[in-house]
Design a protein around this ligand. Sequence first.
Ligand SMILES: Cc1cc2nc3c(=O)[nH]c(=O)nc-3n(C[C@H](O)[C@H](O)[C@H](O)COP(=O)(O)O)c2cc1C
Length: 201
Amino acid sequence: MMVLIIYSHPSTNSYTNEILRQVTSNLEKEEIDFEVSDLYAIDFKTDMSEEEYQREGFANFDLPIPDDVKNEHQKIAKADCIIFLYPVWWSDCPAKLKGWFDRVYSVGYAYGNDTLEDKNQLMKTIPLGIVICTAGHPNEFLDEIGIAKSMQNVMLDDRLGKRFSKKEMIILGGTLNKDKVRTAHKEIIDSLGKTIKNSIS
Ligand SMILES: Cc1cc2nc3c(=O)[nH]c(=O)nc-3n(C[C@H](O)[C@H](O)[C@H](O)COP(=O)(O)O)c2cc1C
């Protein structure tokens, strides 16, 4: 079993990085193989170029897919589960991860492939997708103002969509007062490996 972690935070000195370390140590404990795609560390390009737009906007399959996008496609091809891990910024993921979706979900790969003859180019259906985001506001507040629902709607129903057989979103809220939430968050992460095994087997 292979888990791909799409990680998006600019600093190792952060709560989200603390969660990343908990996730990887839990996966190690459960003897689950994993790969981290650390988008800031690899300086993943998030802006779509003019040429990429010409390919996307007009489904022009003759134009090339950039190598950095192909690299991400290869990581996805090996994955049984993808974890998206990021902090909530302005009620969504950081622009770095949004740009990953813009570019990696290329036409003919993640969508718009109905007429494509070479089905080998398609994104496979991933058995499990887990979205984990840290948030300054407590979960209750994010529920109350409708933002938790809207983030689930965008991430699970649209971005993960039918590309994943099973999916869930874990909002680790309340990080403005970390001492109050750290233990509860760790308990959730400590059960992650077992959840993945149960969901996929
Ligand atoms: C640019 C920016 C925007 C943010 N927007 C939100 C937000 O919309 N909702 C929220 O609950 N927290 C928001 N936060 C707080 C982060 O979610 C919080 O800092 C994060 O969960 C944990 O911080 P760390 O990993 O950066 O240490 C924002 C933080 C930054 C830096």
